[in-house]
Design a protein around this ligand. Structure first.
Ligand code: C5P
Length: 257
């Protein structure tokens, strides 16, 4: 299965077509099959374990998986590769609209992110790319450009989407909304462990400072700030194992799917 988007699909829809798509209707007024696909959203700050949990839940339910942070990261990477300045909003938005981004599969695990046909999944995890992603994520028109790509991922049999605004902005009608948190200290320790296991150098104090800085931007930006949706269920994963969190989410999902 491939999620390669055609050039036509990448073309931006405006006005009624976009609004129709957002509500799950085709522009013709016909109900698209995407309308009924259930969505589970998992939002939360960097390092709260959203990706791991979302992946496991998607796998368990046989649902598709959307790592929305990867979209922001891939635009960040493309902008760094093209030496686009951080304040060159027009070029950044243009990149978000037109960059040839593909997910080889919309399932978790063995999915690769391709930029211009090249696998960039590993590069997306670099701290520099993450830092730029969180900066460009404050640009409203860039978020608007990426919204289209995210809505297109909603397909049968269902989708698990992780990010910051999945439950508040992108899929406000989601079947189940989870807001996953963990203390900044725990998140820094987890990140430290991951990096050491990969044989990379890491320093907890530096990681904690980065996490606090990124949180600050995500929580306080004017557009789509990180906030729990009113109808989200909050889970603090600080003292829980991955399996414990996955079980909780599946239990909540079981009551609603
Ligand atoms: O989740 P991840 O750390 O990969 O996301 C990278 C950055 O992209 C985040 O720091 C955040 O600022 C931004 N982001 C966002 N909205 C999303 C997903 C990610 O603003 N839905």
């Amino acid at each position: 299965m491939s999620d390669v988007q055609s050039t036509a699909e990448r073309t931006q829809k405006k006005g009624p077509a976009r609004a129709a798509e957002a509500s799950g209707r085709a522009a013709t007024g016909k109900v698209a099959d995407t309308a009924l696909a259930p969505v589970i959203t998992i939002d939360g700050p960097s390092g709260s374990g959203k990706g791991t949990i979302a992946c496991a839940v998607a796998e368990e339910l046989g649902f598709l998986y959307l790592d929305s942070g990867a979209l922001y990261r891939v635009v960040a990477l493309a902008s760094l590769n093209a030496s686009i300045a951080e304040d060159d909003t027009e070029s950044l938005v243009n990149l978000a609209e037109t960059a040839p981004i593909e997910f080889t599969r919309s399932l978790c695990g063995d999915s690769e992110v391709l930029l211009d046909g090249q696998a960039v999944t590993q590069q997306l995890r670099n701290e520099g790319v993450g830092d730029r992603a969180s900066r460009i994520a404050t640009i409203e028109s860039l978020r608007e450009a990426l919204l289209e790509r995210q809505l297109r991922m909603r397909r049968q049999p269902g989708l698990v989407a992780d990010g910051r605004d999945m439950g508040t902005v992108v899929f406000p009608d989601a079947t189940l909304k989870i807001y996953l948190t963990a203390s900044a200290e725990i998140r820094a320790k987890r990140r430290h462990k991951q990096l050491i296991e990969k044989g990379m150098e890491a320093n907890i104090a530096g990681l904690l400072a980065d996490i606090n800085e990124r949180d600050d931007r995500d929580y306080n930006r004017a557009v789509a700030p990180l906030v729990a949706a009113d109808d989200a269920i909050s889970i603090d994963s600080s003292a829980l194992t991955i399996n414990e969190v996955v079980t909780k989410v599946l239990d909540f999902a079981g009551n609603r799917l």
